[in-house]
Design a protein. Structure first.
Length: 522
């Protein structure tokens, strides 16, 4: 079989094409986007191919027709016109302060000042960018193409520090010429992780077309199921052989692990390209996202803002404006988690215009829950996997006492990041979170005729129904008995009777003073 090269980490379109790497053809999108001069904005998580998309756009506008041989755009494009291109990327470095940001901007400007022979009379970034655009237009007779990658990274790198506002102001100034030089600009495309709502960096671009939730461009970045089958049949076969699976079994597990991203409603899901390609290279269903895709600003936000876990781990209903734009001054965590790639669109109510957000796949769920556990429980990092494995073993053996002993040790005290008046939500959410990591089916707040059960865990042959109560100064025995009585009185077990599985009802009691789990009965 002819050697096949997987473009893992390759963000340069020319290098990819000349190196004969496997390329999932997205050039029909390029053709559609470039029919007009509309400025575009696209938000996608890291490692989703944004930089490769901009590199493809750059090659197209530079007129490098030979790179597109055999691709969709070769038949679509009748005229190949070369334009001057400014490729401005903040993705390759870190910008914790204003000095590092100014240095990076200076290097980028110096590069284009040299190309277009621009003399620097004013050291400020805005006049320099203005002069570069004007010089490129005058020297070539063509409007300028501007591609901006990871526009928000200098702000997110400095989040919650004294330099956040300084970086924001510097970027606002740097980008300001884009507002007044529209007639010199043929095409403008901006990418980032998040659309930061109150920064107003691009306030003058009132016509900026945000296609982040556009159905037409939902598969612009990422690899769809149909594309996986079309482009990667040899890799799927090799993976199946290595894992001693059928091809169908390998496809199903690939989907569970890496598929499931939806950037709008009622569209085909897409795979994270980096994770999918790593899986094919390693021929193993590993966890690759957490190693490379967790942006630092997510961790910073978790450390600096209160978090209601139940609004994340149980699936979340939300209006578009609740997760589309991120405001660093707000306590709303949803945009951060959605735009980081940890939540995706799983449903949509057209009448109410309400979205359902949830984890896209198993790999992301495990990665995110591990991030949360390291923040909210006391189990050492090295022991977390072992603790979850022990819980799995104990659940399979129906050893409730061992299960809850492990959880009790993990949440002995309320973390300092959680307020005392939030402890009831904290205990329920973390209990749910730990059970989710086991891989068993876990449901919280399951509605019955008479009420909602707290946490239900289903294994191969047993259903565990956990009712959680706070002691509120009362004796543990009475509260535990009350929890068990509630399970029976509200008929929480009745819907599972037809399953034929064993039933285990557990009353859990927690300290209302934030001192962890008091005890349990079953």
């Amino acid at each position: 079989m002819e050697a096949r090269y997987l473009p893992i980490g390759i963000q340069d379109f020319e290098k990819l094409r000349r190196g004969h790497y496997v390329y999932v053809d997205k050039t029909h999108f390029v053709y559609d986007l470039t029919r007009t001069s509309t400025p575009y904005f696209l938000s996608r998580p890291r490692r989703f191919g944004k930089s490769l998309l901009l590199s493809t756009l750059e090659a197209y506008f530079l007129g490098k027709r030979e790179l597109f041989t055999g691709l969709a755009i070769e038949k679509l494009e009748k005229e190949w016109t070369q334009y001057p291109v400014l490729n401005i990327s903040f993705g390759a470095d870190n910008y914790p302060d204003l000095v590092s940001l100014k240095s990076a901007i200076n290097l980028m400007l110096c590069r284009y000042e040299k190309i277009f022979n621009v003399e620097v009379a004013d050291e400020r970034s805005a006049p320099r960018l203005n002069n570069i655009i004007l010089a490129a237009y005058e020297q070539t007779g063509k409007q300028v193409v501007i591609l901006i990658d990871e526009y928000d990274k200098p702000i997110l790198d400095a989040l919650y520090t004294e330099y956040e506002e300084q970086n924001r102001q510097e970027l606002r100034s740097f980008y300001s010429p884009l507002k007044d030089m529209d007639r010199y600009i043929r095409f403008l495309f901006i990418t980032g992780i998040t659309k930061v709502s109150h920064i107003n960096i691009f306030s003058g671009l009132n016509q900026l077309n945000d296609i982040s939730l556009s159905k037409d461009y939902s598969a612009l970045c990422g690899i769809s199921e149909s594309e996986v089958n079309e482009y990667f049949a040899p890799e799927i076969e090799a993976l199946a052989k290595e894992q001693e699976m059928t091809v169908l079994e390998a496809k199903e597990k690939l989907s569970r692990m890496y598929d499931g991203y939806h950037f709008t409603h009622d569209v085909e899901g897409v795979y994270n390209p980096f994770c999918l390609l790593k899986c094919f290279m390693e021929r193993d269903f590993g966890s690759y996202w957490f190693e490379s895709g967790t942006p630092s600003f997510l961790v910073k936000t978790l450390q600096n803002q209160p978090l209601v876990l139940s609004t994340i781990v149980n699936g979340r209903k939300a209006k578009e404006d609740q997760f589309k734009n991120y405001d660093p001054d707000s306590n709303n965590m949803l945009p951060v988690i959605y735009q980081s790639g940890y939540l995706t669109i799983k449903g949509f109510n057209k009448e109410r215009r309400v979205y359902t957000l949830d984890f896209p796949n198993r790999e992301i769920e495990e990665g995110f829950l591990n991030v949360l556990l390291k923040k909210f429980v006391k189990v050492p990092d090295d022991d977390m996997g072992l603790a979850v494995d022990n819980i799995c073993d104990a659940l399979e053996k129906k050893d409730v006492d061992k299960v809850l002993s492990i959880i009790k040790a993990a949440i002995a005290d309320l973390p300092t990041v959680v307020k005392k008046d939030m402890c009831e939500n904290y205990y329920e959410s973390v209990t749910h979170l730990i059970f989710r990591l086991t891989g068993f089916n876990v449901i919280s707040e399951l509605q019955s005729v008479a009420g909602r059960s707290d946490v239900i865990v289903t294994t191969k042959d047993c259903v565990f129904i956990f009712e959680l109560k706070m002691d509120r100064g009362r004796g543990f025995e009475d509260v535990a008995e009350e929890a068990l009585s509630q399970i029976d009185a509200n008929g929480y077990a009745e819907r599972f009777a037809v399953s034929g599985k064993a039933m285990c009802k557990v009353g859990l009691v927690f300290s209302s003073e934030g001192k962890g789990m008091v005890g349990w009965k079953h």
